[in-house]
Design a protein around this ligand. Structure first.
Ligand SMILES: Cc1ncc(COP(=O)(O)O)c(C=O)c1O
Length: 393
């Protein structure tokens, strides 16, 4: 039997992630130094692990409410108040299986087949498939390095059509490290209000904001109800493997998302919820220590790339730099493949995040300074070899 014929059209036609493709290549080699993974290199703070262990010891091994533990929802509500917006724990908050589920249920709760959804390019790899799986039409806004990959009012205005229903934004950004300040957002708020579009704001990197203060679009009261926030514990709390996130939205949108969540998930993992509760209550210091560590790494790696002649702006958030490699005359994929073959250093081609990422590479600095130094030396050597014509393309 030909099982390719039983796969649904949607599942067959969505493309596998460009990140995966590249890492399958890197995995076949030994001794690869990777700057590819977008995951904290820290273990989850001990207090969080201890609280989860304790919950299991106490036999708290049952489903929670569909929306998640009420105590956790109350803490999430309190947490967002520091960003100037309040959500009702009973009607506006749902705990999800990572930000990943949050993105999926937000898109599915909002989009009808044939409706347009704006996504930013370059952008996180899961966004386009989530639109396609919901039957929507992805419309890409190509961001530019000259704007440090911020969304400008001109670009937003040009992308909105009468068929636009939703837009998904992500600041601080994966893959660029781009950042939107309150002043940047203030320029697009009137357009969002006037057009009536719903904005899904993926704020998963909010804790990893550096010199500039993190701002959520939802803190503008005039559009608060048009915003769906997706967030989670993976990045700021170093909890990727726990699979815990949440969505915040007005009661109607939140109710629709919770209905989908109820059928596909029931409730997020209970032990993880107890851990996250402790994280929000008592781990500010640990989160700050990790942030300081990323900040030192960011400073090192940004300077290292600029010193090598690969132009790299100083990202204000997340844990990625996005060096421009056009000066080498190679495409993003050629650069990454040649670097891997010549020096066994793995980075991700910028075009894995959309066409506007062509000419760039994504480098994660969620690695120790020692590892970053070794990788930077190897990349500098690669560039020398390339210039000397010693690298096979
Ligand atoms: C921008 C962005 N959003 C969402 C996610 C998903 O995170 P999780 O499902 O672990 O919360 C990631 C993970 O890399 C990400 O980079």
């Amino acid at each position: 039997m030909d099982f390719t014929k039983v796969i649904s059209d949607k599942a067959r036609t969505i493309k596998p992630s460009g990140i995966r493709k590249f890492f399958d290549l890197a995995n076949q080699m030994e001794g690869v130094v990777s700057l590819g993974v977008g995951e904290p290199d820290f273990a989850t703070p001990w207090k969080i692990r201890e609280a989860a262990i304790y919950s299991i010891e106490k036999g708290r091994t049952f489903y929670t409410a569909n929306r998640g533990l009420i105590s956790l929802r109350q803490e999430i509500s309190k947490y967002y108040q520091k960003y100037g917006v309040t959500y009702d724990p009973n009607k506006e908050i749902t705990v999800t299986v990572g930000g990943s589920e949050g993105i999926d249920i937000a898109v599915r709760a909002l989009l009808n087949p044939g409706e347009e959804m704006i996504i930013l390019d370059p952008g996180y790899v899961a966004y386009e498939p989530s639109v396609l799986l919901a039957g929507g039409i992805p419309v890409r806004i190509e961001l530019e390095e000259k704007d440090e990959f911020r969304l400008t009012p001109e670009k937003l205005k040009a992308a909105i059509t009468p068929n636009t229903k939703v837009m998904l934004i992500n600041y601080p950004s994966n893959p660029t490290g781009g950042f939107m300040t309150k002043e940047d957002y203030a320029k697009i708020v009137p357009i969002i209000k006037e057009s009536g579009i719903i904005v899904i704001s993926d704020e998963i990197y909010c804790e990893l904001s550096y010199e500039k203060e993190f701002c959520t679009l939802a803190s503008f009261p005039e559009i608060r109800d048009q915003i769906v926030i997706v967030n989670g514990f993976s990045k700021g709390y170093a909890m990727t493997g726990w699979r815990l996130g949440y969505v915040l939205a007005n009661p109607i949108i939140s109710g629709a998302m919770t209905k989908i969540h109820q059928y596909i998930i029931m409730s997020a993992p209970t032990g993880a919820q107890y851990g996250a509760l402790e994280g929000l209550r008592s781990c500010d210091n640990e989160v700050e220590q990790m942030r300081q560590s990323y900040l030192a790494r960011r400073n090192y790696i940004t300077k290292a790339f600029n010193d090598m002649g690969l132009k790299t702006f100083l990202p204000q958030g997340a844990f990625y730099v996005f060096p421009c490699i056009r000066s080498t005359g190679l495409t993003s994929e050629e650069f990454c493949e040649a670097l891997l073959n010549d020096q066994k250093v793995a980075c991700v081609p910028g075009n894995a995040f959309g066409e506007a990422g062509e000419g760039f590479i994504r480098v994660s600095y969620a690695y120790s300074l020692e590892e970053l130094k070794i990788a930077a030396e190897k990349i500098a050597l690669f560039l020398k070899n390339l210039e000397a014509g010693k690298v096979k393309i």
